[in-house]
Design a protein around this ligand. Structure first.
Ligand SMILES: *Cc1c(COP(=O)(O)O)cnc(C)c1O
Length: 370
């Protein structure tokens, strides 16, 4: 029997917690508590505690957060920051607007930044590494820290996709100077619009970020530096508080779906799956995405669509170094090859185990029929 398994169901973001959201709207609205009110402070302290960081600061979106973190840390003009080419253009844009130069390098077999490629890309202008904790998985932070220590580099984390992900029991976002997290609706913890946060253990950086997000204003109301308007709305923070109560369940459901895909597709020779939930004791993966490598990717995608299954090629199929109009000219044939094979299967709170079984059956049927 044909099912319909959309890649992502935006209305479901609302419907899942509708009554909680409506109470939050009534509460925040009737208090007139729209900007920088207690809902925001409550969310920030919950977030900091959850990731085990000293500070969390709500901002308008993760891209702004990453940019402001680098600015608050004094990234020198023109400094090179090494990133993975398999990331959202936002990672590169935040470096660009912080005054630096993003330098994309290859992704490794796990689709995350390849530490060997990072090592090769270090130049005398390199100032930092900005790994993306992609698809809900944290990079090998030991290897990256070793390179950073060797060359005196800073680490900023793009943990937009990785709230709750861990490497050796430490949460994504807390390894380097600072990390950004996104609450875009399709993210693991998604609000009803744009939202983001920065987490950091550096109190000085935190205090500069507080001013940067609010026109450079300090607690005394005076302006101490040039700043942005990049605050997280108290209403969005209230919506996030509603969902945070259920977040452990969100992660366990996602890991269950990943395990289901593994059980059914793990033996399929035409596919390479992301590492299974408990295959490496150093990693706790929260599966923001289930990104596979597939032979005959484009035909598979069409075949799945015909059977009601939505899939997505991340970043519309283009790695960062592919954006030549932005001036990138790196040659990364390994990543180019990888990008011809990548496909994301539906994995989110609207997808049931039965849906994942159906998707898997459709995929096995596609390869069998060839
Ligand atoms: C979503 C995302 C961002 C941007 O987050 P916003 O909150 O939309 O600014 C940055 N990097 C990665 C890897 C993302 O997935």
């Amino acid at each position: 029997m044909q099912r319909r398994v959309p890649f992502f169901d935006y209305p479901a973001v609302y419907h899942r917690y509708a009554s909680g959201f409506e109470s939050a709207l009534a509460d925040v609205g009737s208090r007139g508590a729209f900007i920088m009110q207690r809902d925001l402070q409550e969310f920030e302290s919950r977030l900091a505690e959850y990731v085990g960081a000293k500070h969390a600061i709500g901002v308008a979106n993760a891209t702004d957060g990453l940019q402001m973190a680098m600015m608050a840390d004094g990234l020198p003009p023109g400094a090179e920051v090494i990133i993975c080419s398999h990331t959202m253009i936002a990672t590169a844009a935040s470096i660009h607007f912080a005054g630096g130069t993003p330098v994309p390098v290859d992704a490794g077999a796990d689709h995350l930044i390849d530490p060997n490629a990072v090592r090769e890309a270090v130049s005398d202008r390199t100032r930092a590494i900005c790994p993306t904790q992609l698809n809900g998985r944290t990079c090998d932070m030991d290897a990256l820290q070793e390179i950073a220590d060797e060359h005196g580099l800073r680490i900023y984390e793009d943990a937009a996709q990785a709230l709750g992900s861990k490497f050796r029991d430490r949460a994504a976002g807390t390894f380097g100077v600072a990390g950004c997290i996104s609450f875009y609706p399709a993210k693991l913890l998604g609000c009803l619009g744009d939202g983001g946060a920065v987490v950091t253990n550096d109190t000085g950086l935190f205090e500069r970020l507080l001013m940067l997000r609010d026109h450079g204003r300090g607690e005394d109301g005076d302006v101490h530096c040039w700043g942005f308007n990049s605050r997280l709305d108290s209403l969005q923070a209230a919506f996030l508080n509603v969902q945070f109560d259920d977040y452990a369940h969100v992660i366990s459901h996602r890991r269950e779906l990943a395990a289901t895909y593994w059980e059914l597709l793990g033996g399929c020779p035409e596919l390479v799956l992301p590492p299974a939930p408990d295959s490496d004791s150093r990693h706790f993966d929260v599966f923001q995405n289930f990104e596979i490598e597939a032979e005959h990717r484009d035909e598979l995608q069409v075949c799945l669509a015909d059977q009601g299954v939505g899939t997505l090629v991340q970043w519309s199929g283009k790695p960062v170094h592919g954006f030549s109009e932005l001036g990138f000219c790196q040659a990364l044939p390994r990543t180019d090859k990888l990008f011809k094979r990548l496909l994301m299967l539906p994995l989110n709170m609207s997808v049931s185990v039965e849906d994942a079984q159906y998707v898997s059956d459709c995929i096995l049927g596609f390869y069998k029929g060839r």
